[in-house]
Design a binder for this molecule. Structure first.
Ligand SMILES: O=P(O)(O)O[C@H]1O[C@H](CO)[C@@H](O)[C@H]1O
Ligand code: HPA
Length: 285
């Protein structure tokens, strides 16, 4: 699965079959760990762990803060698979369909993101209400190419993709964790990266109503939603995007990873509790 032009159902199936032959776990929930958020996988019990380099058809994860391991295990009695290391569009891969073929019904996606919303602070958690897929608007879409009807329809709707019930559940959990003061709900915008935004780009995104910006998530969510998965997403606000020419602050991947690490335990508790409370059989799609 190295060039998306060549990937077909059989390729995904081969990878899924290999994984199913190597583990007894049959996951219903998949979790994608954002930059520096790999410890979300640590909560899994009875782990079966596969390095991406050992999985037939899997590319390598190339970004610092993304370990490159697939971890299967149990979380509060629910079987999960956790991607400790995601593939970004700028790396050229998407493997969500392998999860579909493993039997996954719900995707929980996490990311590190910069905030545009003035009311957000570094370290806030944003429950994703909706996204803007900037590369998608310009025609760069993981669903480009011949449609495989075995996965989903040619023209999938994208309204209401981030599950309302799971969003409400997450809010309730944050309340019971006593962290509601740093929880937001908003719009995530995916940009192509790998550069961070210029000030003019940041101002444009701000005017468009974007609350947080990152370089991932939308393609994974598109593919997951296309093949009928329920989706829930969280952004960890790791930096405030510079919007003023008077502001000398500057962002770096190292700073992003540092904030992610500081907040990853809170995210782990939230994701664990969400999985514990969610009904994994209520996805009829
Ligand atoms: O989206 P995740 O994987 O969390 O990573 C975010 O962090 C990196 C930039 O620091 C970018 O890849 C951005 O998308
Ligand atoms: O400010 C940002 N911009 C884009 N991606 C990011 N990922 C973390 N922070 C940012």
């Amino acid at each position: 699965i190295h060039s998306k032009d060549q990937i077909c159902h059989e390729d995904y199936q081969r990878t899924a079959d290999w994984l199913l032959s190597q583990t007894q776990h049959r996951p219903k929930v998949a979790i994608i760990c954002g930059s520096g958020l790999g410890m979300l996988a640590d909560a899994l019990k009875c782990q079966d762990l596969f390095k991406y380099s050992d999985i037939p058809g899997f590319p390598q994860s190339t970004v610092k803060g993304h370990a490159g391991r697939l971890v299967f295990g149990e979380l509060k009695g629910k079987t999960c698979v956790c991607m400790q290391g995601r593939f970004h569009m700028y790396e050229g891969h998407s493997l969500i369909r392998v999860f579909k073929l493993l039997g996954v019904e719900t995707l929980i996606v996490t990311n590190a993101a910069g905030s545009l919303a003035d009311s957000y602070s570094c370290g806030d958690i944003m429950i994703i209400r909706d996204h803007i897929n900037f590369p998608g608007l310009a025609g760069l879409n993981p669903l480009n190419g011949p449609n495989d009807d075995k996965f989903g329809p040619r023209f999938p709707p994208m309204s209401g993709v981030y599950d309302k019930n799971l969003r409400k559940m997450a809010f309730d959990i944050c309340k019971s964790m006593g962290v509601s003061q740093c929880v937001q709900e908003g719009v995530y915008c995916m940009v192509g990266g790998p550069n961070f935004e210029s000030i003019a780009e940041a101002r444009l995104l701000h005017r468009l109503g974007v609350d947080a910006v990152g370089m991932s998530t939308a393609p994974e969510v598109l593919v997951a939603s296309h093949c009928g998965m329920r989706v829930f997403g969280l952004s960890l606000i790791t930096n405030k995007v510079v919007k003023s020419y008077e502001d000398n602050a500057s962002v770096s991947h190292e700073a992003v990873l540092e904030v992610s690490k500081m907040r990853s335990e809170t995210l782990q508790v939230l994701v664990t509790e969400l999985i514990s409370r969610m009904d994994i059989n209520n996805n009829t799609a």
